[in-house]
Design a protein around this ligand. Structure first.
Ligand SMILES: [Zn+2]
Length: 363
């Protein structure tokens, strides 16, 4: 949960520290500063350039190289050499010289570097990223969810939806944490407790995101029916005909006339992503358990948990506990593991697609 917050806060602090250190280091050369021309296109001290850019400056005294790093983007060069390494691309620019107050960047080179760093930032901001995943095991605590039975006589066994949902969710969470150590992977409950539906959704809505970041919400359930023959898995998403009020009228800074339009746009956005997420998970379930369980496909509904989540969100029904054969299957840890693997892989497929195909305005 804290890795992003740490990273957010980390760069400006360390950049500031380096700038202060450099300012102190160069304080003894103030007299020489006056000789540095300040007209546009004139040479600029690398230290000043770095501080204006908000980049961390580091000098390698052994190799004689200078490097500027901002948000993971790095430009490196050696005073006197025309070669500048921008990311992993070498570019020939007017070389910098060694001035009395540290290396001096040629004016045109400085302008080129500034533009390069800006371009990189813009590109990063336009690239969407799934920063968080909230896995929500349905029911829990006082609420067992659907209750099923299999076997007879003294071999009769009872299974509870809340237990199946939690076991699956924990496995999905663990796999996601291992795969994405730098993203926030959360569970709405980790034990046999009962967060209310409002609390579950609020947990997801409360996650702080940057403008280009998204959170996805996956609720895990098992099904029940009066028809004991009903069986199979399915994944639900919000019915596109249902219009949520995502931005409430009267929200400060939001024009009342604009709010409904914004809502429809967000709604459509989330519906597209939710269908995509639902499809990714269903495809993986088909691959993993399609031979033993019926694929009921993707369905649209107005589930509360899905309806109030302001993000791509789906609800997975793993199978029917009221069908004796399926109840037996769901009670088998190997079957449940196949379901967890499928949900995990479906989420990974979605993230791959979401981050690599969408919003990439970069060439
Ligand atoms: Zn349920």
């Amino acid at each position: 949960m804290s890795s992003l917050a740490k990273r957010r806060g980390g760069r400006p602090d360390s950049a500031l520290l380096v700038c202060l250190t450099l300012a102190a280091a160069f304080a003894g050369t103030r007299a020489a500063d006056a000789q540095v021309p300040s007209a546009a296109g004139a040479p600029v001290r690398v230290a000043d350039f770095a501080s204006e850019l908000g980049a961390v400056l580091s000098l390698d005294p052994l190799l004689g190289t200078v490097s500027l790093t901002r948000d993971g983007d790095r430009a490196a060069f050696k005073p006197g050499s025309p070669w500048h390494l921008l990311g992993d691309r070498p570019v020939r620019l007017t070389p910098s010289s060694s001035g009395p107050g540290g290396p001096l960047l040629d004016g045109t080179t400085a302008a080129y570097l500034s533009a390069w760093f800006e371009e990189r930032s813009t590109e990063r901001l336009s690239r969407f990223r799934v920063a968080a995943v909230l896995i929500d095991p349905g029911h829990g605590g006082k609420d067992p969810g659907a209750v099923g039975e299999y076997g007879s006589g003294k071999d009769k066994r009872k299974i509870l939806e809340k237990d199946l949902a939690l076991a699956t969710a924990l496995q999905v969470r663990d796999a996601l944490v291992e795969r994405f150590p730098d993203r926030r992977i959360m569970l709405s409950r980790e034990a046999d407790t009962y967060p209310s539906l409002e609390e579950r959704v609020e947990m997801a809505n409360a996650v702080e995101l940057r403008p280009n970041e998204a959170i996805i919400y996956v609720s895990i359930h098992a099904n029940a029916s009066f028809n004991r023959n009903a069986s199979g898995f399915e994944v639900w998403y919000l019915n596109p005909d249902y219009r949520r009020t995502l931005v409430e009228s009267g929200t400060p800074g939001v024009d009342d006339e604009i709010a409904p339009i914004v809502n429809v746009m967000m709604e459509e956005e989330y519906t597209t992503e939710s269908v995509l997420l639902a499809r990714s998970i269903v495809e993986r379930l088909e691959r993993n358990i399609g031979a033993s369980s019926r694929n009921r496909g993707i369905r649209a509904e107005e589930w509360f948990v899905v309806r109030n989540a302001r993000m791509p969100s789906v609800l997975v029904e793993m199978g029917f506990v009221t069908n004796e054969a399926e109840a037996r299957l769901l009670a088998d840890p190997a079957h449940l593991r196949s379901i967890s693997d499928a949900v995990y892989n479906g989420i990974v497929d979605f993230i791959d697609y979401f981050e690599n195909r969408k919003g990439t305005s970069a060439p």
